[in-house]
Structure formats: structure tokens, C-alpha cells
Design a protein around this ligand. Structure first.
Ligand code: ADP
Ligand code: IOM
Length: 337
């Protein structure tokens, strides 16, 4: 998208602009310049970048979320999680379900403009609040600093932890001082997790095996509500919750399933096209920029901005149910004589 929207005209307009943090156009586009296989290729080097470089951000945001420059994010509305139900009660297709949202903490800039003290202060503040959670959310914060390579690798392998040295973030100047200030919190059952200072200040995650979306989303809603009593998050009246990457603005929600759809997956182009029609995005088994392994796809809502939290979840649920129906229809044709 960087390649598509950074026209000569836009470049001439933006090339000398700076935010009050000192971020330039180069800070915004460096990840895409270094990684031509990026999906988007731009990051908001600091919260002001969305306004100062709006001639580049707005069309990208519009293409990704279908959100026009005159639109505004609706008020937060989590809805009633119970209504979402279980997407695969027989456990025939869905291996696991994960719902995450991102949050930036008021008063802190984004990765490229954070200094070492910002990272360490933020980690201290957040880990204290997380370790005060009780009941089903009770758990512990584990800093990356001092965590053994084996423990990290196992947590990554089990899909709980972010990977180290992401080249897209590296080029965006976002891995400085690593592993300082980075870490993961999880509850005793590893169904509620929080990533600290990876791409965003916080990623709050609820996940478990199977397709019980109601329970998994309900847990995230409860956790976010408890945490926001203690920490103020950055929210903008037009763009909703502010994030480092424009794909995550608004609700910041990505609700995904790890799912096996072997018949649909045979024609991957047609499968992707069908997913797009349902506003879904297909990723590989180990997340963004990875391939599918053993026919397992990560399928999630594409849009996060311009709709409420509950609408984002409903869009994901409806799309996944449709894909399962299509898979069943193909099974039916194969079984008939
Ligand atoms: P995000 O942008 O949501 O953090 P990534 O694509 O970077 O997502 O993936 C982060 C991790 O979450 C990866 O290990 C990925 O495999 C894992 N993941 C995503 N969805 C699921 C799911 N439904 N079940 C299990 N793991 C998942
Ligand atoms: N969110 C971010 N990791 N991603 C969209 C990077 C990209 O491929 O541009």
C-alpha cells in the first residue's frame, strides 16, 4: 500500500513535514522501504503522525478498513459476548480461538520515539497492575530480560509469545533496547495473556482450544474493563484507540481461529477471494507473514476501524460460519456417488 499511495505528489507534500516529536516521513515509511513484501509498509512513528502525514495514512486506512477520511469511530460497544456462541460445537474444524486487542498508554509515545526510560517505566506500571488481577485472571508477569532462550522458544512455539527480531519492526526502529521493557503476563491457565512493548505498548489476548467464542471474547471484555480502571489508554475521537500500525486502529480487535478447511484450501486463490468477501483475512499458522502448516489457517476479521467491538466480532463469527458451511458443502459433493 505504501507503493500505491506514496505518489510523487504526496511525497513532495510530505517530505519536509515533522511532528512535534521530530518524526519525519522517513520514520513512517522505513519499514516498507526495507521490506517490499510488507502488506502495508507504514507505521505511525508517534501519535501525531496520523495527522501530520494524513495524505498518506488516510487512503491506506480507507483501503484497509473501508473507513473514509470524513468518518469517525463509534463509541466503544462490547455488546453481549454470550450472543456469539460456539463456532464449532463438535470440534470438527476449529483448533483454537484467540481474540486480541491493542492499547497505547496515555502520555507515552510509540516505539520509534520511546527512550529506554519510557520502556522501563511503562513495563513497571503495567506489570504492577496485571499482577494485582484476581480470580480467573490471576497470574504473573515474565520479563524477557533474563528469560532463557528455551522458555522463549517454547512460548513462541505454543503461540503465546511474540517472536524476537521481527524485520518489519526492526526497520521501523522499534526493537531498540530489546529485551528491556519487553515481556509477557499470563494467568495460571494461559487463557489470558498480555504482551508488553512489542509492536504496541500492550496487546491483550484471550485464547483457548476449540471454538467457544462467547467465553473467549467475554474473558477479554472482562479483563480490559478491569485493567482500564487502573490505566488510561490513548483514544482519539476520529480513529478510536490509537495504535502503531494503521491496520490496528479503532477497536484494535483481531478475532481469529486456527482452522482446518482442507477442501477450500485446495484452491488457495479462490479461498482467499471467498474470505475477502466475508471481510476476513487469511494468515499462516504462525501468524502474520508466515505460511500455513499442515493445512491450518489463521482466519480473522480484517476490519477493526469504523465499527464497534461487537460488530467486529459478529463479522468474524458470520464469516467463519459461512466458510465452515462452504467446506461442508464440498464434503457433501465428494461423498455423493
Ligand atoms: P497479532 O497481530 O494478532 O498479534 P500475529 O499474526 O502476530 O497476530 O500472531 C501472533 C501469535 O498468535 C502467533 O503465534 C499466531 O500463531 C498466534 N495465533 C493467532 N491466532 C491464533 C489462534 N486462533 N489460535 C492459536 N494461536 C493463534
Ligand atoms: N501490523 C503490521 N505488523 N503489518 C501490517 C505489517 C505489514 O505487513 O505492513
Amino acid at each position: 500500500m505504501l507503493k500505491k499511495y506514496l505518489t510523487r505528489e504526496v511525497f513532495e507534500l510530505l517530505k519536509e513535514r515533522k511532528t512535534s516529536y521530530g518524526s519525519t516521513l522517513l520514520d513512517v515509511i522505513r519499514s516498507g522501504l526495507c521490506n517490499p513484501d510488507s502488506h502495508i509498509g507504514i507505521y505511525a512513528a508517534d501519535p501525531e503522525a496520523y495527522v501530520v502525514f494524513k495524505e498518506l495514512f488516510n487512503p491506506v486506512i480507507e483501503e484497509y478498513h473501508g473507513f473514509e477520511s470524513s468518518s469517525s469511530q463509534p463509541e466503544t460497544n462490547w455488546g453481549n459476548p454470550e450472543e456469539l456462541g460456539n463456532l464449532d460445537p463438535d470440534g470438527a474444524y476449529i483448533i483454537s480461538t484467540r481474540v486480541r486487542c491493542a492499547r497505547s498508554i496515555e502520555g507515552y509515545p510509540f516505539n520509534p520515539t520511546m527512550n529506554e526510560t519510557h520502556y522501563l517505566d511503562l513495563e513497571k506500571k503495567v506489570s504492577g497492575v496485571l499482577e494485582s488481577l484476581t480470580d480467573d485472571l490471576k497470574g504473573q508477569y515474565y520479563p524477557l530480560l533474563g528469560m532463557s532462550r528455551e522458555t522463549q522458544d517454547q512460548l513462541i512455539e505454543d503461540h503465546f509469545l511474540f517472536k524476537e527480531g521481527d524485520r518489519f519492526l526492526e526497520a521501523a526502529n522499534s526493537n531498540r533496547f530489546w529485551p528491556k521493557g519487553r515481556g509477557i503476563f499470563f494467568n495460571d491457565t494461559k487463557t489470558f495473556l498480555v504482551w508488553c512493548n512489542e509492536e504496541d505498548h500492550l496487546r491483550l489476548i484471550s485464547m483457548e482450544e476449540g471454538g467457544d467464542l462467547a467465553t473467549i471474547y467475554g474473558r477479554l471484555v472482562d479483563a480490559v474493563s478491569r485493567i482500564e480502571r487502573e490505566i488510561s489508554f490513548s483514544r482519539n475521537s476520529r480513529l478510536g484507540y490509537l495504535t502503531f500500525c494503521p491496520t490496528n486502529l479503532g477497536t484494535t480487535i483481531r478475532a481469529s481461529v486456527h482452522i482446518k478447511l482442507p477442501r477450500l484450501g485446495r484452491d488457495f486463490e479462490a479461498f482467499q477471494e471467498m474470505a475477502r468477501k466475508f471481510y476476513l483475512q487469511v494468515r499462516g499458522t504462525r501468524g502474520e507473514h508466515t505460511e500455513s502448516e499442515d493445512g491450518v489457517y489463521d482466519i480473522s476479521n480484517q476490519r477493526r476501524l469504523g465499527l464497534t467491538e461487537f460488530q467486529a466480532l459478529s463479522e468474524m463469527r458470520d464469516g467463519i460460519l459461512q466458510l465452515i458451511e462452504q467446506e461442508k458443502a464440498l464434503e457433501g459433493t465428494e461423498q455423493s456417488p
